[in-house]
Design a binder for this molecule. Structure first.
Ligand code: GTR
Length: 328
């Protein structure tokens, strides 16, 4: 028997150990998710991961990284496009800087209700958005619910745009939201989701905006005790795959992954509907003052210059805006 040097012996042992512990799966996918355990999107994307694993007999093994530990959404979008991440649940809000057409969805008060948003996104218009995203390396497999977003702050209830005056508010990374807050008289700061709690606590910002489930799960309600329902944004979310990973799959595997993603969106929407009620009740029980803006038209009117500017800068998107507005 040939004598092995200690280094060669150590290398051989390491190779053997890797062989023993190496997954039987042909491919391992990493998934980005910003939400914590128990959040509707988390439960739904984790189910997607286990379903794909099962349906492909382990040819694909998916692992979800929760709580944004792989970075904030803007970073994750770039990682997914580069193929460093294979799947994710993204909010379409911060997608605008990468896929300009998706900025249409960030126009305040575009959709009339979350139901209308689903109707639009599940139909031919949704396919147009998916095609624009695919050109940028992001394959949309299904659309999740994101409810509707409203303002909350540490100072006072917002009843009219005048109550927004001077408030420092965190927005997601998209210039349209900076314009939206400015039109209402506030000052917007784009900031990563994970930094908002501390910024509220230390008074760096006075408030932010989100749906009830995120306001609750992020614990922002502990610090910002006034939630004012004005429903200024209804944003779809997607379950997306990196085009780099998608193109490596044969059609049969693509089919399994797509089926699991559609089932995952069904799960998410059901869980979401329950969680919207639960989280609203929860924050109210903890002492949050929730008020509903009576004159929503005043907020909507303040958004008109944003539409005018957007349509001047992007005449190519005027038609889709009108089509969305005309859909029931
Ligand atoms: C949540 C959304 C997240 C993230 C977050 C935020 O409602 O689900 O993807 O966009 O809002 O405000 O950054």
């Amino acid at each position: 028997m040939q004598f092995m040097t200690p280094i060669r012996a150590a290398m051989a042992a390491a190779v053997a150990a890797v062989a023993l512990t190496a997954p039987v799966h042909a491919d391992t996918w990493r998934g980005w998710n910003i939400h914590p355990k128990g959040y509707p999107n988390t439960t739904a994307i984790e189910k997607f991961a286990t379903d794909v694993d099962k349906a492909t007999d382990g040819k694909l093994s998916l692992k979800v990284y929760n709580g944004g530990i792989l970075g904030d959404q803007s970073d994750a979008i770039e990682q997914l496009r580069a193929g460093a991440l294979e799947f994710a649940n993204f909010n379409l809000g911060p997608m605008g800087p990468v896929v300009p057409m998706t900025d249409v969805l960030s126009l305040p008060y575009l959709f009339k209700s979350p139901e209308q948003m689903h109707h639009v996104m599940d139909g031919p218009i949704g396919k147009e958005f998916a095609a624009a995203m695919e050109k940028k390396g992001i394959v949309v497999l299904s659309w999740y619910d994101g409810g509707s977003r409203s303002f909350y702050n540490t100072k006072h209830p917002i009843e009219t745009p005048a109550d927004m005056k001077g408030l420092k508010l965190r927005v997601m990374n998209n210039d349209l939201y900076v314009q939206m807050v400015a039109q209402l008289g506030g000052n917007a700061t784009p900031m990563a989701y994970g930094e908002v709690y501390q910024a509220l606590k230390t008074g760096v910002i006075d408030g932010a905006e989100n749906n009830f489930p995120s306001y609750d799960s992020s614990n922002h309600y502990e610090v910002a005790k006034y939630y004012s329902v004005d429903d200024h944004l209804i944003l779809p979310e997607c379950l997306c795959i990196s085009k780099k990973a998608w193109d490596k799959l044969d059609p049969a595997l693509q089919d399994e992954v797509r089926k699991a993603a559609i089932a995952s969106a069904d799960d998410q929407r059901k869980l979401w509907a329950e969680d919207v009620k639960k989280s609203e009740a929860q924050v109210k029980a903890s002492g949050v003052k929730v008020n509903t803006v009576k004159d929503k038209a005043a907020f909507q009117d303040a958004m008109k210059p944003i539409y005018a500017k957007f349509e001047t800068e992007h005449p190519e998107f005027k038609k889709v805006i009108e089509q969305i507005q005309a859909t029931e």
